[in-house]
Design a protein around this ligand. Sequence first.
Ligand code: PNS
Length: 159
Amino acid sequence: MKHRAIYPGSFDPPTFGHLDIIERGAGLYDELIVAIGSNSEKAPYLPVEQRKAALSECVQKWPNVRVETFNGLLVDFATQHQAMVLLRGLRAISDYDYEFRIALANRRLNPQIETVFLIATEEFSFLASSVVREVARLGGNYQQFVPEPVAKLIANRQV
Ligand code: PNS
């Protein structure tokens, strides 16, 4: 049986921190699906199709990784794709509260699906999509935080 995991998130925008977790996940599971949640209540920073295209380009080097978008419940998406594992990255203890709540809610929704946490590399433990958005908005060097295809999208972003 193939072990398939889902790495869900908003990825708005994708960062080197996300790629770090993807690389670790690709090494642990037979297949990894990066799942971009597109049902956020807020207006996105980058359109979901752009995020998908940029992430797909970034994960080309890992043949067992692909990128999808999803609407609705994450556990339903996981079931549809026969994945039993939800992968999430933990940077600092401050992530724990939020992650713990979501993991328990997902477990209540579908007890067969496990959430697995990977510790992000310390190099990126400060990094979040919100940091990238703010640095970009204020004219700082955001390029150091994101892969090239994402930097291009941010540079050409329509406001
Ligand atoms: O990177 P993020 O923004 O923390 O990702 C959040 C995401 C997309 C993983 C989460 O919002 C999600 O799973 N949304 C789908 C709706 C859902 O299943 N909610 C139930 C858990 S409370």
